[in-house]
Design a protein around this ligand. Structure first.
Ligand SMILES: [Zn+2]
Length: 64
């Protein structure tokens, strides 16, 4: 019996685990910015902990 276990977890869109600031994978990357566009789904940017510290980025969920 073959079981398929490589289904991605729910609510993890593209970009999860990726830092857009140093452009590399990171286990600490969180969503920090959502760029809304007139057409299309827009873009989401993720930053890891060191990049957030260096650039003073605030996680999207902690923003007012
Ligand atoms: Zn980074």
């Amino acid at each position: 019996m073959t079981e398929t276990t490589d289904t991605p977890p729910t609510s993890t869109g593209p970009g999860y685990g990726w830092c857009h600031w140093h452009e590399g994978g990171s286990g600490t990357a969180v969503l920090v910015r959502v760029i809304e566009q007139g057409s299309g789904p827009g873009a989401t940017l993720y930053a890891c902990a060191p990049c957030r510290e260096q650039r003073g980025l605030v996680p999207f969920v902690d923003q007012p």
